[in-house]
Design a binder for this molecule. Structure first.
Ligand code: PLP
Length: 475
């Protein structure tokens, strides 16, 4: 047994070492200034920096040698920003481009410093209320009823998971019923949907791929035929997935027609609006008619609200189904139990302890209002129109007039068109000034433009077209 004197000595010694973790006030200011200077340099450099580099990054292994913040920021700039795609660049038109608005970064900083326990209302009523206020704002944006629930997740994939678990539990899809249960979707549904089904134990459900029309939208008469057929065969149709803005082409399924069928045959109706959802704020809002009839929807503010990666949402009408999947109370949680259930994000999610992510949308909406977001999305729609006109003038073949801000193109080479368009993609990536990605549609290789960065402007489109011309000349 140590004497209290020994204990005090030990504590004193440990304190001299561990106190380094409480950075002193002066040093804090210095670090914030260094970080702010770096952020400034990064943002000011985006216009001239190449969006993509094929260079491999250093291993970034953690070493025993201690480094200063400026040293580490230099390394970060070189190896993280200098390799791969600069996601928040306005010149990112590949996959689904990223956001990264500054007011949201500030929210993250404050959330991290104050670190409230946002998952449990009892632990931080204010933070939980902010999470719930964001969910309520989303509910009203998508005309979901007040008694619907929602949750802020780390991404669309997790949102899908939460929604499908609720659907599974409401319909009690378990044991022997699984292989007789049917899920309806199209080949354009994002792969995170099937991944989520597998993770929640529904790998063995029957998946029906409903045919799509020439605009990549679900043919709803085919959906109804398939449901009828399955019922006749004694199967158990339970979930239909529509997409409001597919990842490949931005197509919006006929949401209202799917809702009719889901209602008639009592299917759980899920709408994946991860990419496209917030275009409901724009002149395209009519395309979203029927989304308010869904049982669950997912949206990604880290896509079409320009928030940095790590904020998505799921909205669900059946509160009891979500609670069935997620609400637990261990003894260590007993002080937070009772009718606080619905006020605590943790009861509606697979996560317990997590980043206070609600602030990253709440703060920007309070600072900027919704208007700049709406205008920015509208701007993306017009940028794609402008791009298509310029590309048509260069002789490119274009996909059909898009629903939202994703379109595609290919060059009609007289010989070996398939191979040469692939080569054009290689040249575009080698150049790296502006980033595009490709896909295969109607069995043809095509290059996509996805305009979703708040930094993409008319000049960015001009620069893109110049680059494509430059690359075309190399073939
Ligand atoms: C991006 C995307 C997802 C997946 O969302 P993450 O946030 O990447 O997990 C799901 N569905 C669609 C339509 C998407 O575009």
């Amino acid at each position: 047994m140590e004497t209290s004197e020994e204990i005090l000595d030990k504590l004193k010694h440990l304190d001299t070492i561990s106190s380094e973790l409480e950075v002193p006030a002066e040093k804090r200011f210095e670090m914030v200034r260094e970080a702010a200077a770096y952020a400034d340099q990064f943002i000011s450099g985006l216009k001239t920096a190449k969006c993509f580099s094929e260079r491999e990054a250093a291993s970034m292994a953690i070493s025993d040698k201690r480094s200063t913040l400026p040293e580490l920021l230099n390394l970060y700039q070189k190896e993280v920003i200098g390799t791969g795609i600069i996601a928040p660049s306005g010149k990112h038109f590949g996959y689904i481009p990223a956001g990264g608005i500054f007011s949201s970064a500030i929210a993250d900083f404050i959330a991290a410093v104050t670190n409230p326990y946002a998952g449990v209302h009892y632990a931080s009523p204010g933070a939980a209320n902010i999470e719930n206020a964001v969910v309520n704002w989303l509910k009203s944006a998508f005309s979901f009823p007040e008694n619907a629930v929602g949750n802020l997740t780390s991404g669309g994939s997790v949102s899908n998971l939460v929604a499908f678990a609720a659907a599974r539990d409401k319909y009690q899809i378990k044991n022997g019923i699984i292989p007789k249960s049917v899920v309806y979707l199209t080949e354009q549904v994002h792969h995170s949907a099937q991944k989520a089904l597998r993770i929640i134990g529904l790998e063995d459900v029957i998946i029906r791929y409903i045919p799509i029309d020439e605009h990549f939208k679900m043919i709803t008469s085919e959906l109804e035929e398939q449901v009828k057929q399955d019922l006749k065969e004694g199967l158990h149709p339970f979930l239909v997935i529509g997409t409001a803005g597919t990842t490949d082409t931005g197509a919006v399924d006929p949401l209202d027609d799917i809702a009719d069928i889901a209602e008639k045959y009592q299917l759980w109706y899920h709408v994946d609006a991860a990419y496209g959802g917030f275009f409901i704020l724009t002149s395209k809002k009519d395309l979203f008619k029927g989304i308010e009839r869904a049982d669950s929807i997912i949206v990604d503010p880290h896509k079409s609200m320009f928030i940095p990666y790590g904020l998505a949402a799921v909205l669900i009408k059946d509160k009891m189904a979500v609670l069935h999947s997620n609400a637990y109370s261990g003894n260590y949680m007993q002080d937070a139990a009772g009718d606080e259930m619905i006020k605590s994000p943790a009861n509606l999610s697979l996560e317990l302890t997590r980043h206070f992510r609600g602030l990253r949308l709440w703060l920007p909406l309070q600072i900027h209002g919704v208007e700049p977001f709406r205008a920015c999305l509208e701007e993306k729609l017009w940028l794609v129109k402008y791009f298509r006109i310029k590309m048509a003038a260069l002789g490119f073949e274009l996909g059909p007039e898009p629903d939202l801000s994703i379109s595609y193109f290919r060059y009609p080479f007289k010989k070996d068109a398939e191979e040469k368009n692939k080569q054009l993609m290689v040249e575009i990536h080698r150049d790296g000034d502006v980033y595009f990605s490709s896909t295969v549609l109607h069995n043809q290789f095509v290059i996509r433009i996805a305009a979703l960065s708040f930094r993409s402007k008319k000049e960015t489109i001009d620069e893109s077209v110049e680059m494509i011309q430059r690359c075309l000349k190399k073939l």
